[in-house]
Design a protein around this ligand. Structure first.
Ligand SMILES: Nc1ncnc2c1ncn2[C@@H]1O[C@H](COP(=O)(O)OP(=O)(O)O)[C@@H](O)[C@H]1O
Ligand SMILES: [Mg+2]
Length: 258
């Protein structure tokens, strides 16, 4: 179980002497084990920042983070990773000189047979064994790097996996494969928690719980059935809205006026 208690994250205002801006504003949230949680909301609402606070990439100004009963507010990224928290960045890094297979093995913490590596890649829609020997450098497209990072998360298999806009830059076919993968993990691994930051209807439809974040605060949260109608759901689907960054997807996206 992950418990966020009165979490605040402030940054200095550029040019201001002692002024600060609140990015996360007194946020409290509990995520039970085995739940599939989608965090959605308008761009700039603090979703990625919240994920970075949970992973320890940013340190909160105040408040606390407790994971399975252990206070991890000041724990390092490595400690949190060891405890079973994983984070897939909105914009993943490239690793020049690092082959895809090696990256998957580092994530898994052990040598992996090529067959298993291929299975992880297939789950994110990368279906060529040739990827294993590719370097995770500029020769890969943004969507490929994104999917390789998601594959490393699958290889790592953390207790709580946080994915930041996994849909960004991914083609429709790979997106189908990816949503199936998320659904499969959720249905078969009830000891695993999935947290996905997303604007996509198809991902939101998989959620047990939806959290709507705006201006660093939880505007609404609850079971999917309760929150979905508030997100602009109509008989004909969701209303369109702007994604954070251009994507190859042409699926309907939700309005995040929750
Ligand atoms: N370290 C930081 N310094 C200054 N501003 C930041 C920092 N981190 C985030 N922000 C700002 O906080 C707001 C929320 O950002 P973010 O968490 O990326 O939103 P979202 O992921 O919901 O789109 C944005 O306005 C962003 O520019
Ligand atoms: Mg973001």
């Amino acid at each position: 179980m992950l418990e966020l208690k009165n979490l605040v994250f402030e940054v200095p205002v550029e040019g201001g002497v002692s002024e600060t801006k609140r990015i996360i504003d007194d946020l409290s949230l509990t995520i039970e084990d085995g739940r599939f949680t989608v965090i959605t909301g308008p761009n700039g609402g603090g979703k990625s920042t919240l994920a970075k606070l949970i992973m320890g990439i940013e340190q909160p100004t105040s408040g606390s983070i407790v994971f399975n009963g252990q206070d991890i507010t000041h724990a390092s990224i490595t400690e949190r990773a060891k405890l079973g928290i994983g984070y897939g960045f909105q914009q993943p890094a490239r690793f020049k000189g690092m082959k895809v297979k090696k990256l998957l093995e580092l994530a898994a913490g052990k040598r992996l047979p090529a067959l298993e590596c291929n299975e992880y890649l297939a789950k994110v829609g990368l279906c060529s064994a040739a990827y294993l020997t590719r370097e995770v450098d500029k020769s890969l497209s943004g969507g490929e790097v994104k999917r390789i990072e998601i594959a490393t998360m699958l290889a790592r298999d953390p207790k709580m996996a946080i994915y930041d806009e996994p849909e960004a830059g991914i083609d429709l076919w790979s997106f189908d494969r990816l949503t199936e993968t998320f659904r499969d993990i959720h249905e078969t691994r009830d000891d695993r928690s999935i947290v996905i930051i997303s604007h996509q209807e198809r991902i939101i439809q998989l959620a047990d719980d939806i959290v709507c974040l705006r201006d660093g605060r939880i505007q609404d949260m609850g079971p999917r059935e309760e929150i979905l109608p508030k997100l602009g759901f109509t008989d004909r689907g969701f209303h369109g809205c702007q994604l954070t960054q251009p994507t190859e997807l042409h699926l309907t996206e939700i309005s995040t006026n929750c």
